[in-house]
Structures are given as structure tokens and as C-alpha cells.
Write a protein that binds this ligand. Sequence first.
Ligand code: HEM
Length: 501
Amino acid sequence: MLDVLFQSTFTCMLCAVGILLVLQLLYSSFTSQGKWKEPPGPRPLQLLGNLLQLDLRRLDRSLFDLSKKYGPVFTVYFGFKKVVVLAGYRTVKQALLYHAEEFGDREVTPLFNDFNKGHGILFTNGDTWQEMRRFALTTLRDFGMGKRLSEEKIIEECHYLIEEFEQHKGKAFNSSQTIKYASSNILHAIMFGKRFGYKDPVLRAIVDRDDHTIHLSGSPSIMLYNLFPWLGPFISNWRKLMENVEANKLEIISKVEDLKNTLNTDSCRCFVDAFLHRKQSLEDSKTKNSHYTDDNLVYSVMNLLAAGTDTTGTTVQWCLLFMAKYPHIQDQVQEELDRVVGSRQVQVEDRKNLPYTDAVIHESQRLANIAPMAIPHKTSQDVTFQGYFIKKGTTVFPLLTSVLYDESEWENPQTFNPSHFLDKNGKFIRREAFMPFSAGRRVCLGESLARMELFLFFTSLLQRFCFTPAPGVTEDELDLTPIVGFTLTPSPHPLCAVSRQ
Ligand code: HEM
């Protein structure tokens, strides 16, 4: 009896193994012949994946190099974590614009989950993201994003920034934090209805902590944490990051509480008021499962402040550094400003008559490439892209470095060359491969505000000051090697702001 049982079990097992082998054969013939072929890539090691083939200190460059060998869609493994990299203007555009839905989810790494806990805009997906993003866009527009109202706020801030620069009387100083306080003030004015002095301890603390957070988030130890989250408590950078985020959250909560205590249904002073009014009206109409919660308010405000301060501030810093390094370009910008605008305040309206200046700002953004891998995305569903099969939930890096430095798009991708944005007659030309704000569903939400800030900050400063290296430093010695964090920041470089009057 036992013998019969053993024999039939054995036969069943043989059949099962046979079926599995056939399935395996069918699967490999599918994957190698096209239908489910996965993107190629360097051969990963068992535990480390491709970590040893990547330069984690300059990951974007390293991935850009790999794209030259493996093509515009390829796979790398960070430990066990599989990532599909999209490289080159055509591929990134095709994925983010023509497959916007499939490539439009956000990858929420363990660190970003610790930061946001499923709330806000930057690191959410689905209904929460959709509702919070839509609300933020409409409300920022209501408060003047890209329009006259925010122009006035930015111009007012330019005056404070100029006053601050004048105090250094042409001596060398490091302007990086002051510029970030200025760009943060634009968002503070929109979020809370008022700006703060550059010495205000709370403004300084919020900006400095965010700055530190952005820098540490791109460090190799945090990349390790994202692969092995249980390491968190042993990683000092992770502990520091958690302290920073918690401290900023408490500051924002306290500002929100102040506004709640003075909330008036008849007036809307700022973004927070608009959110609280919406929340109240949904509560009044007994709407169930509303996304208008205190957590979503606090994290959305935190996201907007963090995403909008460092990015804009760092870009202005890069612009000034390029001007100090290339004085002949600075001369041409100032000649154009003097000729077209003279000594009055520059307005956004003037942009169309300042093609060279506009080209310099665009070229600064291109070369500075401050967000080299955008913010990681994730596929929202299975997708076949350029003949490769990419599974739902796969992490995707849209490699913006490979777009802004794409050799088939830019004449001299490695050089600072404003002519990239000028035609033969010196007229400004838009370039499709200019994509520092990314593209598609997740495109930067603050793009039009940022573009206005960059234009007004840059032109107002160049009207008043000539930027030169510190005494004893030549233009050639000004180092353009960035500090790598989540964004690429110029390394500390004191400059002189010499008055032009
Ligand atoms: C020069 C300045 C700026 C640059 C270069 C920049 C760049 C970017 C990039 C590359 C992304 C990621 C897009 C993607 O995942 O594909 C992004 C997202 C985002 N940016 Fe900006 N940004 C700038 C300024 C701002 C400002 C001023 C704000 C706030 C008003 C802002 C708010 C956001 C938000 C909320 C997101 C997340 C969007 C989402 O996940 O739906 N950014 N930005």
C-alpha cells in the first residue's frame, strides 16, 4: 500500500517538475525574444547587485556612463533593489509624456516614508497625491503664482536681498544662506501670509535644517539605509535627519495653530487659510474620507517649503558663480540690462526684450543640473516600453543629467554656452531638451513661480552688482565641482558683490 502511495506521489512530482521546466522554457523564450524582455544592464552580484560598478558619490554621472553601454532603458540593482534607468532626451520625454500614467507614480523610499508618513504631495500616490497636488496648484495660482501678485512679492524681496548684499561693501562673502532665506520668504509669504527678516531665528532654523536634510539625504549611508531600513538607528545621518524633520514639523504646526486661532471665514490670508476653509466646508457638508486633514496640511506646507527653497536658492547661487567665472558673459548681460531697462526695477514683462539675459539664466539651469535624477518615480502598472517589459511597482530614475547633457541635443553639453538658447540673430529660442523641472504628471509644481523668481532675483542683482571672485582667487580657480546631496549645490565660494553705481 505504502509502495503504491510512494509511486503515485513520485509520478506527480515528476509531472510537476516537467510542467515547471516547460513553463520556464516558455518564459525564457518569451523574455529573450521580445514579448517580456526586460531592460538589459550590468550583471549584478548576489547580495550587492551593481553597487560595486557604481560611483555613489556621483551616481547620476555613473548611470549616464552606463547608458552609453546598455542603451537608453537599462536595469541596475542597488543590492536587491531593481531600478530601471531612463536616459537621453527622447527616452525620458517618451516615458514621462507619452506614458505619463504608467511612469507617473512616486517611489517612496523608506527615508521618504519616514519623512512624510503617507501625507502631503511629494511622496504620496493615488487619491491623496491627486487631491493635494490639485489643491496646491489652484491655491498657489490664486495667490499669484506666475502672475502679478507674486511678481510684487518677489520684487519686494529683491530689495531686501540687495540691502543685505550692500552691507558687505564689496568685500567677499558667502551668499548661499541669505539667498535661500530670500527664496523661502516668497513661499512663507504665500503659505503664512508674511515674510520674515533674514535674522529671524525661526526662518533661519527652518531653512538651515532643510538644507542639511537635502544634503544628507543623498549621502551613501542614507542610500544604504534605504536598502536595509533596519540599520536606521545605527546610522547617525538617519538619526540627524529624523531630528531635523521633526523640529521643522513642530515649527510648521505652531504657525498653523496661530493661523487657526485667528481664522476668519470672510477673509483668506494665505495657503493655510485656504486649506482650513476647504476643510471646514467639507466637514460642514459631512463629506466622508476627506483628504483635508491636519496631517495633509502640515506635510503639504513642509513639502512646498522644502521643494521650493533649496532648488531656487541653489540655482541663483549657480547663476552668480557662473557670472564671476565668466566675466565677459556677465558684461554682456549688464550691457543688455542697461540698454533695455536702465536703472528702473526690472519687471517680468521685460523678459521678452532681454534674450541674452534669458539665455544665460536657462544655460545656468542646464549646466547646474541641480536635480540630476529628478525624484525617483515608480511604474503604476505593467508597461512595455521600447520593447522592454517593466513590471508594476518598479523604481524608475528619469536621468535628467542625460537630458540636460544629451550630446545629440546640445552643441557643447559640457560648456557654459548661452548660445544654446539663441538663434543666429540673437533671438531667444526654446529648447525641448531643457527639462530641469522634469516633465509629465509629476512635473515640478512650482515651475512658473521658480522661473519668475530666478528671472527677477538674477536681473535685480546684476543691475546693482558686479560679481567677482574673492581677492587672490582667479576666475579659472573658481571651482564648479558641486557638492552632491539630493541636489547639486556649488561648493562654498565667497564672492564679492561690487556696487555698479
Ligand atoms: C529652480 C527651481 C526648481 C527646480 C529646478 C525644481 C525641480 C523639480 C524637479 C526635478 C521635480 C521632480 C519632478 C519629477 O519627479 O519628475 C520637482 C518636483 C516638485 N517641485 Fe520643484 N523645482 C524648483 C522649484 C520649486 C518651487 C519654487 C516649488 C514650490 C512652489 C516646487 C515644488 C515642487 C513639488 C511640490 C514637487 C513634487 C511634485 C509631485 O510629486 O507631484 N519646486 N521639482
